[in-house]
Write a protein that binds this ligand. Structure first.
Ligand code: ZN
Length: 316
């Protein structure tokens, strides 16, 4: 008899909710799923997640590994004493929380794959979504904040800590006096284009803005500038833009992407020579995610699978 196909635990630990699933991947691969509010008490939600995963083990069998895609900033340095901790988050109650340790202690000896939530979402889109077959791409999420994960030659970029694309400084826009909404930098990308920044600029939530509200064009212009920076630095073959802002309320997702692509081309000014950045190639260069809001939890499955593979290689 062949060995049974392993099943995994997947946890996307976001700033507002912990999305949990058990199985092998999206769609029919998910055997069970649930979610818990992140809240202000890490020990409470972590205990809820662990208890749920254990309950799934009793109905579906042992989890071969667990993947956790965690909101940040996160310490990803395996040699650091605080590896797997949330570091400088402004989120009440969460600073200094040992999230990786909580799963390792609850499931001793079980491989736990671990990365940022955006790197997780990038992995999900790479394996099953809009970046299938592309080993050089960027996934960005533009929602209540902005974060990004970059894959270069099939490997996610880590390095010193992890990329903090949402906080790249932004060039001025003629006639725009908005000081930006980032508590740390003012006019960084997140300070101009995240949902709260659009609301602060326009005086009401993005969802309530008319399609021709000037805030939309300024947002798309800043998006184009930021994606130009990513294009120039990382030379991705595709940029996947997820998060709630891309749905763009009354403007609509299609018009938002058209605007962002046009401003990206304007910002690059023809300098990067690739058909991917001209018409109609650019329509496939900046794209929405295919897994939608499931990218993160799907990526957590990939993290689990990779951790199981690493553990097997260490043993052989
Ligand atoms: Zn910032």
């Amino acid at each position: 008899m062949p060995p049974p196909t392993p099943i995994f635990g997947a946890v996307e630990a976001g700033g507002t909710k912990f999305a949990c699933a058990v199985g092998r991947g999206p769609g029919a691969g998910i055997l069970a799923r649930t979610q818990f509010a992140t809240g202000r008490d890490p020990s409470r939600v972590l205990a809820q997640v662990v208890e749920w995963l254990r309950a799934q083990e009793s109905s579906h069998g042992a989890l071969a590994a667990i993947g956790v895609a965690l909101f940040g900033p996160v310490d990803l340095d395996e040699r650091s004493p605080t590896h797997g901790f949330i570091t400088t988050t402004p989120k009440p109650g969460w600073r200094g929380t040992d999230v990786l340790g909580a799963f390792r202690r609850a499931f001793p000896g079980r491989p736990v794959g671990f990365d940022t939530d955006v790197n997780g979402a990038a992995l999900g889109e790479w394996r099953w979504g809009a970046a299938r077959g592309i080993d050089d791409f960027v996934y960005v999420t533009v929602g209540t904040g902005i974060g990004g994960g970059a894959m270069v030659r099939g490997q996610l970029v880590h390095g010193l800590v992890h990329p903090e694309m949402g906080h790249i400084p932004m060039p001025p826009i003629d006639g725009d006096v908005f000081p930006g909404a980032c508590a740390i930098h003012g006019r960084c990308w997140e300070g101009l284009c995240a949902g709260p920044a659009i609301a602060l600029r326009a005086g009401r939530p993005a969802d309530e803005l008319a399609a021709d509200d000037p805030a939309w064009d300024l947002t798309m212009r800043a998006m184009g500038q930021a994606l130009a920076t990513l294009t120039l630095v990382l030379s991705p073959r595709r940029i996947v833009v997820g998060g709630s802002v891309r749905k763009a309320g009354r403007l609509g997702e299609a018009a938002f992407f058209r605007g962002v692509r046009a401003h990206l081309r304007e910002a690059l000014a023809g300098y990067v020579a690739s058909p991917a950045l001209r018409d109609p190639g650019i329509d496939g260069f900046v794209v929405p995610p295919e897994l939608g809001d499931d990218a993160g939890v799907c990526g957590a499955f990939v993290l689990a699978e990779q951790a199981a593979g690493d553990a097997r290689r260490r043993m052989s």
